[in-house]
Design a protein. Structure first.
Length: 277
């Protein structure tokens, strides 16, 4: 196991129980209302189209709220994550919701060791996943290998421009402080909190490694695998408060810059299809 993988898994293992009771993940709301979808899946529901009956895999599923939502709109879904603590929470949530969801433990690059190659109609990835992967070209190869001919990738992700911005500034300047493009060495962070409210929980595993990937790098990696990009939509919003003090929450639960929101894309939705044989 690489040092980056070890550090990142320790962080997710520790945060999973806190996330499962956080208001940001709204697990209790999902359990109380069998028709409710996670905010991330609900935002992209019109773009997802019909998934009923599709065999889907959710890569980097964490505690499985988006996975449960895919199940609720009809997909036969498997969740994959490298954090056993996250998977334990996901299985508990699925069990309490009465949802028949399979969960398997692996990092993305090892997915073909636990999942069937060419066995999926839909590969789904949610917000905040790709930044934990050092090699976007290798990721695209895994996606392609998992898809059956005619299957598709669906991803909503933080925009690489958003990841490159210094969110600690207090003035009105949007300053690029971090790499936009993929770099050989990771960005090293030491942060004690989380991106959702965890009611003051103190975490011990605070050091993480991450990488940015330019939008062109992501698209090029998919094209190199022979996938056909069918949608690329940039959004002025994201589902968490990425820039405290500079963003406002909308009625849809998404956060946008309070002023000059046209200056910066915060997330994007991308779809790509594997050609039929």
């Amino acid at each position: 196991m690489s040092e980056s993988l070890r550090l990142n898994r320790a962080q997710w293992d520790e945060k999973a129980p806190a996330h499962a009771v956080s208001r940001g993940y709204n697990v209790q709301g999902l359990l109380d209302d069998p028709a409710l979808l996670s905010e991330v899946v609900r935002f992209d529901r019109p773009r997802l189209g019909e998934v009923r009956g599709l065999r889907a895999v959710h890569l980097q599923c964490h505690i499985g709220t988006d996975t449960l939502s895919l199940h609720r709109i009809g997909a036969r879904v498997t969740g994959l994550d490298f954090s056993p603590a996250s998977l334990a929470e996901a299985r508990t949530i699925a069990g309490r919701a009465g949802a028949d969801i399979d969960y398997v433990e692996s990092d993305v690059y090892g997915a073909l060791g636990v999942l069937e190659a060419g066995g999926f109609d839909l590969v789904y990835t949610g917000v905040g996943a790709l930044c934990w992967l050092p090699d976007i070209r290798r990721w695209a190869g895994i996606v392609n290998a998992l898809l059956r001919p005619g299957g598709r990738l669906f991803i909503r992700e933080g925009h690489p421009m958003m990841w490159s911005i210094d969110e600690t500034r207090k003035d009105d300047v949007l300053a690029v402080a971090f790499p936009y493009f993929e770099t050989p060495e990771p960005l090293v962070w030491d942060e004690g909190g989380s991106y959702v409210d965890t009611d003051g929980v103190t975490f011990e595993h605070t050091v993480t490694h991450s990488w940015n990937h330019g939008l062109g790098e992501i698209v090029t990696a998919l094209l190199a695998e022979g996938l056909v990009v069918t949608m690329l939509e940039e959004h002025d919003s994201c589902p968490w408060d990425f820039y405290p003090g500079r963003t406002v929450e909308g009625a849809d639960g998404e956060y946008r810059l309070a002023a000059g929101r046209e200056r910066l894309p915060l997330t994007y939705t991308l779809q790509a299809r594997k050609p039929s044989v």
